[in-house]
Write a protein that binds this ligand. Structure first.
Ligand SMILES: [Zn+2]
Ligand SMILES: [Zn+2]
Length: 310
């Protein structure tokens, strides 16, 4: 019943009724599923309570924003052979609508985030709007340069990423049509862990039950598109040598493991839905903080930092 109001709202996307339910999700799961899972895991893993509390407040803002998203044109031609179709859809009219919501977002982050991030939000609040626009544009086109330190990149990237996620997810759903996984098989990733829809990096790897075991997909950190990926392949450099790809898991999190590459020293977490059907990959990825600590202590860097900056 709670979905009814949202379906009405999403009619403004000109998607037709049958697609509206799929639209009401980001990173493949509904807002309620994500919130529920975050509450559940906060109880199970007390060390992740603060992080998950922040995440829940953040996604509540995203949900509100998602519901107020701008009307899309009826038909936008998408060149499926071209790279990253989502980039074409970042129209002029959306700039203004999105920008008008950015101050509110910064105020929220200032209020709910850990101190360093809150301070960064405060600093960003005082710069001219042209700088915000440049920040959002650069992130959308993944033209953020190569900062000296990955940590620095993570802190700066948080703002455009967290802010643009709902918009990107809405557009991506529209391009995919019904949100069906098969819709993205036009670009099965032989390459690296970059989203075929928008060009952003993968946030988390996912194993889903399939007839003879499990299939592997990657989940986009920006637009929530999920695409198939080889089981034995590094998401960063494409390494396929079996003995260069390592895995690390602990009894504490039997359904989440680290995929580590000895060639480029990148890691990504993999959430196994065959082992825990209730898992919500993006939430479980955030909650399993001790795995990040292990990876970083061993000298690996993450392909894409998550919303809590881990
Ligand atoms: Zn994407
Ligand atoms: Zn690698």
């Amino acid at each position: 019943m709670a979905h009814r109001g949202r379906i009405t709202t999403f009619a403004s996307f000109s998607l037709g009724n049958t697609r509206s339910v799929a639209i009401n999700t980001i990173l493949g799961f509904s807002w309620d599923q994500q919130r529920g899972r975050a509450e559940n895991l906060a109880t199970r893993y007390p060390f992740a309570q603060d992080a998950l509390g922040f995440f829940r407040q953040l996604i509540s803002f995203q949900e509100t924003m998602f519901e107020g998203l701008p009307v899309q044109p009826e038909h936008v031609p998408v060149e499926k052979d071209g790279p990253f179709p989502l980039r074409e859809l970042f129209g002029e009219q959306h700039h203004d609508l999105l920008l008008s919501k950015f101050p509110e977002f910064l105020d929220l982050v200032q209020k709910i985030a850990p101190s360093a991030l809150a301070e960064a939000a405060g600093a960003l609040r005082s710069v001219p709007a042209e700088r915000w626009e440049a920040l959002l544009d650069a992130y959308w086109f993944q033209d953020t340069g190569q900062p000296d330190s990955p940590d620095e990149a993570g802190a700066i990237d948080f703002f455009p990423k967290a802010f643009l996620q709902p918009y990107a997810a809405g557009l991506a759903n529209r391009v995919r049509g019904d949100g069906n996984e098969a819709g993205i098989d036009w670009k099965v990733a032989e390459g690296i862990g970059v989203c075929p829809m928008c060009g952003a990096k993968a946030q988390v790897s996912v194993l889903r039950p399939e007839s003879h075991g499990a299939s592997r997909t990657l989940l986009c950190s920006l637009c929530a598109t999920e695409w198939r990926f080889k089981r034995v392949r590094c998401v960063s450099c494409g390494e396929e040598e079996f003995d260069r790809l390592l895995y690390h898991s602990t009894d504490q999190f039997p359904h989440v493991r680290l995929n580590l590459c000895e060639t480029c020293h990148t890691y990504i977490k993999e959430v196994d839905l065959t082992k825990e059907t209730q898992a919500v990959p993006v939430v479980d990825e955030i909650a399993t903080i001790p795995l990040d600590i292990v990876a970083v202590e061993r000298g690996y860097h993450k392909l894409e930092l998550n919303l809590i900056g881990m």
